[in-house]
Design a protein around this ligand. Structure first.
Ligand code: GLY
Length: 367
């Protein structure tokens, strides 16, 4: 595999233990943990499990993402973040066990209410049901019935205050379009006018807007430094690869919305034969492209992680120039790279040769 020439990845890098401006990636030493953003505590927890304790990739992913749920990483993971239009926090999560030639098992939850342990619930779906995705209050009932703690109010003073300010600000931004009253200046309840309803002509003015001209409500809606979502992948000492995601989604989402965090291939994907991917960003756009499935399949076809990550982002950018998002790609040898659009992206890595987690900073290819 011609990976070494591609390992001269010159990106802006900051590290926890030391700071350097450029980083020449050497061959990583497995086991390895990688996650979106500078979620250092989550990566350390997963690394502790998979490197020091010899644990499994799935356990490490669940452990790492759970740390972020407890710490409410960036306000974008766990309880008390991203209140929806009704002020409620709901959670999306998934976990995938990329076991070669066997199961490709996945468990996921969407719009999970009243339960803090989102990725643990996703794991219960994966390990104790033949389903893949449960949603809403019934996902919560499932979680509670299997003994996870709750029900718990997922709102906090901060999230309720953010929601109240959003309401006072005329409910801006929001995720509605083509409704009355005009959603760009007024709160709901909204209706669809007779002129707009059921005409089936999405090319007419005021109808469907092509991605090329669509702006993103996601960027405006996400607070806390515009970060979003922990997606994590782990390769354990047996070469097993797992990936998972946990997020409280998009702020001011319409109640009932499920984002990419619950969708396999969108926010994360893993295949022991190839590698893994994690994604972050505007889930409503990204889930249409399954960027992590794309990354893994591109690596399977021979692309390096860097090429696969850039290609996956470019595919979305071509159709949605205003989208905001990023992916990390990691092949089965632990070689990794990131790509992003619309923001500066960070991802964090710890492998067996590293004393501590290292944060990589990636700039967009196209500004
Ligand atoms: N990526 C988080 C979301 O869109 O829900």
């Amino acid at each position: 595999m011609a990976v070494l020439p591609k390992l001269l990845v010159f990106v802006w890098v900051s590290t926890i233990a030391l700071s350097v401006l450029a980083f020449q990636q050497t061959q990583p030493e497995l086991p390895i943990v990688i996650s979106t953003w500078a979620f250092v505590d989550a990566v350390r927890a997963a690394a502790q499990h998979v490197i020091k304790e010899g644990g499994s990739a799935v356990n490490a992913v669940v452990r790492g993402c759970t740390v972020c749920e407890v710490l409410q990483c960036d306000g974008s993971v766990g309880y008390g973040g991203s209140p929806d239009e009704a002020g409620e926090t709901t959670l999306d999560a998934m976990v995938m066990d990329g076991v070669c030639c066997a199961s490709m098992d996945v468990g996921a939850v969407g719009a999970l209410r009243s339960v803090k342990r989102a990725i643990e619930t996703a794991r219960l779906v994966m390990e104790h049901t033949e389903h893949t995705l449960l949603v809403g209050s019934q996902a919560s009932a499932f979680s509670l019935s299997l003994g996870l703690p709750g029900p718990t109010n997922l709102s906090t003073d901060d999230s309720l205050q953010a929601w109240s300010q959003w309401e006072k600000g005329g409910c801006q931004p929001n995720f509605w379009r083509d409704v009355i009253p005009d959603s760009t200046s007024a709160c709901g309840p909204y209706k669809v006018s007779a002129l707009m309803s059921g005409q089936g002509d999405r090319s007419r003015v005021g109808g469907g807007i092509s991605g090329k001209h669509r702006k993103s409500s996601f960027s405006k809606a996400t607070g806390y430094g515009n970060h979003d979502t922990i997606s994590m992948a782990v390769i354990d000492r047996n070469g097993r690869i797992a990936a998972g995601t946990s997020t409280n989604g998009a702020s001011h989402k319409i109640p009932g919305r499920v984002g990419d965090g619950a969708i396999v291939g969108a926010s994360a994907y893993a295949d022991d034969d190839v590698g893994a991917c994690g994604a972050t960003g505007d889930g409503d756009v990204m889930m249409r492209f399954l960027p992590c499935y794309q990354v893994v399949e591109s690596m399977r076809q021979g692309m390096t992680p860097e090429e696969a990550a850039k290609d996956s982002i470019a595919r979305i950018r071509r159709k949605f120039p205003a989208f905001i998002g990023a992916v990390f790609a990691m092949n089965k040898y632990g070689v990794h790279a990131g790509a992003c659009h619309g923001w500066i992206f960070q991802y964090t890595v710890q492998d067996s040769a590293m004393a501590d987690a290292v944060v990589f900073t990636v700039k967009p290819d196209v500004l």
